[in-house]
Design a protein around this ligand. Structure first.
Ligand code: B16
Ligand code: MG
Length: 212
């Protein structure tokens, strides 16, 4: 008998790569208020919610910001980010990801998204996967961000699949921790794979076909 019935995919860093757009948008916002920001700091924002990301970006700021100021800064960043996302198209979905999803579907797995991003539905539409997944759990339906397991627990509920029968694919250490806290195994790529955070630490997304 096989171990899993469903695969829950993180979006940014697994299905597509919007981290460069996050970097450009945060950098522009940080520059506008004279706060130092670089790619190393950007790397710490993987899988982290927008407001928690802002707190990390503002660690380098002198002085403090009111809640209203923080909301405005997060909005400023998000508007910039959305103009960059608008340039995405189905060409931003790699053949490797497309073929892996199709093969998993052919093998009968239920497929879901578990992303911290409130922009997940927009990104999925841009890359031609707007109606593809059996469930989309994202930043719009959660109150706690990764490493809290909420986003993956909700995805499993939407799929009507028990957590222990779901495999999570992640690129962020916080995402692998969220999967484990939700009682799910994690297959990792990228940063999280290099850190050895997964039950399976893969070189690329297609390698998941070897374990399913
Ligand atoms: P938004 P994921 C995450 O997406 C990103 O990795 C993280 O950098 C971002 O801050 C977060 O979404 C929130 O994004 O501002 O669009 O709501 O990796 O969980 O798919
Ligand atoms: Mg990610």
């Amino acid at each position: 008998m096989r171990e899993f019935d469903a695969v829950i995919f993180d979006l940014d860093g697994v299905i597509c790569y919007t981290d460069e757009y996050h970097y450009q948008a945060w950098k522009t916002m940080a520059d506008s208020i004279g706060v130092y920001f670089d790619r190393e700091i950007n790397n710490r924002l993987r899988g982290v919610s927008r407001m928690a990301s802002l707190d990390i970006v503002l660690e380098k700021a002198n002085g403090t910001f009111s809640q209203a100021e923080k909301k405005a800064l997060a909005e400023q960043k998000n508007e910039l980010y959305k103009t960059l996302l608008a340039r995405m198209s189905p060409a931003d979905l790699s053949d490797e990801v497309k073929d892996t999803l199709e093969e998993l579907r052919r093998r009968g797995y239920r497929l879901a998204i578990g992303s911290s991003s409130k922009n997940a539905p927009f990104i999925l539409r841009q890359i031609g996967l707007g109606d593809y997944f059996d469930a989309v759990s994202d930043g719009n339906n959660i109150t706690r961000s990764k490493p809290d397991p909420e986003v993956f627990e909700k995805a499993a509920q939407m799929l009507c699949v028990a957590p222990g029968r779901c495999l999570v694919m992640e690129d962020a250490v916080s995402g692998a921790e969220a999967a484990h806290r939700g009682g799910m195994k994690a297959a990792c790529v990228g940063d999280a794979s290099r850190a050895g955070a997964g039950d399976y630490n893969l070189k690329s997304i297609k390698d998941v076909l070897e374990i399913l």
